[in-house]
Design a protein. Structure first.
Length: 445
């Protein structure tokens, strides 16, 4: 299989691309990126594909989560560890409470480019290019920061490499050892209601492990976890430069991450993103919002997975809490009736954004849960497997989404610790609470 040139891809029409002022600088950055070694190995992508095939067969559950937009400044040991830790806690809750294997996939080590609803942003009478993620320009509202700079793509590569290196060290080097299950429950989260529920569950796991130890069983699975990376494949220069031929198979893989997805705004059937992603052999996803028809989904499956290979394609639906119960059944029924192999995953974040009274972009915890509940109910009614959740979260105690159990964030609190440069994320307590609620839904599924 061949890969179209970058020029040919652009010729198809590519939505949501930066307008770079300096073409020579773009060429220099792409040339540099083409010399850089892969961030992931194609064989790891195949392993993840096999795990996602189990999700599509109804044997596993996908937990995909991380920032809406990573930042270069956020590449610190604390920040990476905190995100990994909340994912590990959530995965333990889901695995233990629902007795289902959980596939762990970070929105991490590459999630630096954002589609925007408007090309421009106006503040106080001044209009500048919108912030498109650290991959493209700076968040600061000045002409210098907001001018797209292609050298940032090389920074994306370096930041992703540093992040992935630390994640790999944590998950294989002992941090993710199940004997650490208590130590992940630290600081502010431990005293929350969800943190206490977690503590009880961790005690049960300890007892089970002591029993296993006493009978002489000490499987490798206790000591390490599989954790994969994912991001939206958005900026063509970057994804194209990191698409390489796998020496084992002679097939192309996008080695910038294990899994890449196409966003709601770039899933045009004849567009550049679908074309590029159709050529790579990674497991891939597509976001499907409320305007996606069943025919759109079938056409995307035909383009992205013509051989109907299990694990290759994930549909990530993001309808919104008020639309999912009406919109999703027809889509799932028609795709299922056509015999299409797909993993169905729920993104309960992107259809539930609102502007709070404080002016912050926010989401209500209850809406997030209501969409996941709708997702489970629809799949149960149709007879298909609710394969996973895709959430925007952080390991820190931020105030970006409102609601959640006893430690509820109110609208007036949003300004206290609103740190996202793009969409609002669940904080660590809200994330853990979501895991318990989803585990309950899974148990019933
Ligand atoms: C995102 O995942 O941050 C995003 C922009 O989602 P969507 O493409 O579904 O709007
Ligand atoms: Mn987002």
């Amino acid at each position: 299989m061949t890969i179209p040139s970058l020029q040919d891809l652009h010729g198809l029409g590519a939505a949501q691309q930066p307008t770079y002022p300096d073409r020579a600088a773009v060429d220099a950055a792409v040339t540099r990126l083409r010399t850089m070694p892969p961030l992931v190995f194609a064989g790891e992508c195949d392993d993840l594909k096999a795990k996602l095939a189990a999700v599509s067969r109804g044997e596993s559950f996908l937990l995909q989560g991380g920032d809406c937009a990573e930042t270069f400044a956020g590449v610190t040991a604390d920040n990476v560890r905190n995100k990994l830790r909340v994912m590990l806690q959530m995965a333990v809750v889901l695995t233990y409470a629902a007795s289902v294997p959980v596939v762990k996939l970070g929105r991490i080590a590459g999630q630096y480019a954002k589609p925007r609803s408007s090309d421009l942003e106006t503040r106080g009478g001044v209009t500048l290019p919108a912030y498109r993620g650290d991959a493209v320009n700076g968040f600061h509202f000045s002409p210098e920061a907001r001018t797209p700079d292609p050298h940032r793509l090389v920074d994306v590569y370096n930041s992703s490499a540093a992040t992935l290196n630390l994640v790999r060290a944590f998950v294989t080097g002992g941090y993710a050892d199940l004997r650490q299950v208590h130590t992940w429950n630290t600081d502010f989260v431990r005293d929350s209601t969800a943190g206490q529920a977690y503590e009880n569950l961790a005690h049960e796991i300890d007892r089970a492990m002591s029993f296993m130890h006493a009978i002489g069983a000490d499987p490798d699975e206790f000591h390490r976890v599989d954790f994969h990376s994912s991001h939206e494949a958005l900026v063509l220069e970057y994804e194209h430069a990191l698409t390489r031929i796998d020496s084992r198979t002679g097939l192309p893989y996008d080695v910038s991450g294990h899994f890449v997805w196409i966003g709601e705004r770039t899933r045009q059937l004849d567009g550049a993103h679908v074309e590029l992603v159709s050529r790579i052999r990674n497991p891939v996803g597509v976001k499907l919002g409320p305007t996606a028809t069943a025919d759109d989904a079938l056409a995307l499956a035909a383009r992205l997975n013509p051989d109907n290979e299990p694990g290759r394609l994930t549909f990530i639906t993001r309808f919104g809490a008020t639309k999912i119960r009406d919109g999703l059944p027809h889509l799932v029924e028609k795709v299922t009736a056509a015999g299409v192999e797909v993993a169905w995953v729920c993104d309960p974040m992107h259809g539930n954004t609102f502007e709070a009274s404080t002016g912050h972009k926010s989401r209500r915890f209850d809406d997030v849960i209501e969409e996941v509940q709708g997702f489970f109910d629809v799949h149960r009614a149709v007879g298909t497997w609710p394969g996973g959740v895709h959430v925007e979260l952080t390991g820190d105690d931020v105030t970006e989404c409102v609601g959640g159990g006893g430690e509820s964030v109110a609208e007036v609190d949003l300004g206290n610790r609103y740190e996202s440069v793009c969409d609002p994320r669940l904080n660590r307590v809200q994330s853990l609470e979501l895991a318990f609620l989803v585990a309950e839904m899974l148990r019933k599924a």
